[in-house]
Design a protein around this ligand. Structure first.
Ligand SMILES: *Cc1c(COP(=O)(O)O)cnc(C)c1O
Length: 362
């Protein structure tokens, strides 16, 4: 049996007519930037998240850096961020001229905790960027309290957690704003690059929209030094066509994850602690013989990925931060042992059974 890591075809084939209609609508209208598709999707996604505002942007990295810019974070400021995140969370902080300060995650959840973050606070710390890694939601009661007590801006990297929740409240709605990516492989994916900022703060929404549009709110009047980062009409139309299916896809992901969690029993394979709000963007397992496990699965036709093989503090780009091997033991352990299993809507019971049997025979 052949099992790809991600089966986008299985998501797109059943809704191909709706995607074609979205394409044709935009093509017929011949309006490609800042039009009614963009506005309609923004309204629908804000409602989905349960916030007042959504601003479409070019990609997830831009969503995060525009949030930080709008919050006035820059030169001389420190921003706390997990050591085991995807590089974009950290790049957003660098982009605005602030200094990323890495926090080691809890090895049982792969997420940072308010306690670990608190240890890294200095008198220059201005913000915490919480990352809901793998689709798991961090302790938002704890981070809310920490940020209130220490007067810090709370930013959420929700790029992997569309529709995830903490006690019923959607990820991305706890802090000043949430930054989403709609990269094609994300739980809600465009057919190209796309992203969004969600917030309840009208000022943040207005400034993010202006920053993403050359710093202008009225054409050719530039009040801010902005960038060009907008959600185009094609991607907005595709996203609007896919959004109504997101909850059903999430339910499917949760069903597959539950079967994995119940079925995978191997003394050498470890799973993360359960989290009821998880939307399973990624299903990670951890194994000291990770590379051998990966080769074994590959030879059985099962394609896996690693999220992520190198912790941020060991990336060449971040050598100037002055961190060393051993500084973030949990992040390093996760990077050395993590393996992401295929998990996508449309996976059949046969495929899920084959996955479990193959893993248990390792
Ligand atoms: C995908 C991702 C991003 C960046 O999103 P892009 O749309 O690719 O720029 C940021 N943070 C995390 C955690 C991601 O997984």
């Amino acid at each position: 049996m052949k099992i790809p890591y991600l089966g986008l075809q299985k998501i797109h084939d059943p809704i191909r007519k709706e995607l074609d209609a979205a394409y044709n609508r935009v093509m017929d209208r011949e309006w490609f930037i800042d039009g009614q598709e963009d506005h309609a999707f923004e309204e629908a996604f804000a409602a989905y998240c349960g916030v007042s505002y959504c601003v479409g942007v070019g990609n997830g990295l831009d969503a995060l850096r525009l949030i930080l810019m709008a919050a006035g974070i820059g030169e001389g400021d420190e921003v706390l961020v997990p050591a085991n995140t995807f590089i974009a969370s950290v790049l957003a902080i660098s982009y605005v001229g602030a200094t990323p300060v890495l926090v080691d995650p809890d090895p049982e959840t792969a997420l940072i905790t308010p306690e670990k973050a608190a240890e890294k606070i200095t008198d220059r710390t201005r913000a915490v960027m919480v990352v809901h890694l793998y689709g798991r939601v961090a302790d938002m009661d704890g981070f809310g309290r920490l940020c209130r007590e220490r007067n810090l801006v709370l930013v959420e990297d929700t790029a992997q957690a569309h529709g995830a929740d903490w006690k019923g409240k959607k990820a991305g709605t706890f802090g000043i704003a949430g930054g989403f990516s709609f990269y094609p492989g994300k739980n809600l994916g465009a057919l190209g690059d796309a992203g969004a900022v969600v917030t309840d703060d009208p000022k943040i929404a207005e400034v993010v929209r202006s920053l993403g549009n050359y710093g202008s709110s009225a054409k050719y009047h530039h009040d801010l030094v902005g960038v060009n980062s907008r959600l185009d009409e094609f991607q907005a139309a595709f996203l609007a066509a896919k959004l109504p299916y997101l909850d059903a896809w999430t339910a499917e992901r949760r069903g597959i994850a539950e079967k994995y969690a119940r079925g995978i029993h191997h003394p050498k394979i470890r799973l993360l602690r359960e989290d009821p709000g998880n939307v399973f963007h990624i299903f990670p397992v951890f194994c000291n013989e990770r590379d051998a496990l990966r080769d074994y699965l590959e030879s059985a036709g099962i394609h896996t990925l690693i999220h992520y093989p190198i912790s941020v503090h060991l990336q060449k780009a971040y050598a100037p931060l002055g961190y060393h091997r051993g500084d973030f033991p949990a992040a390093e352990m996760l990077a050395e042992t993590e393996l992401s299993l295929p998990l996508y809507p449309g996976m059949t019971d046969d495929e899920i059974g084959y996955m479990i049997d193959t893993l248990n025979r390792f």
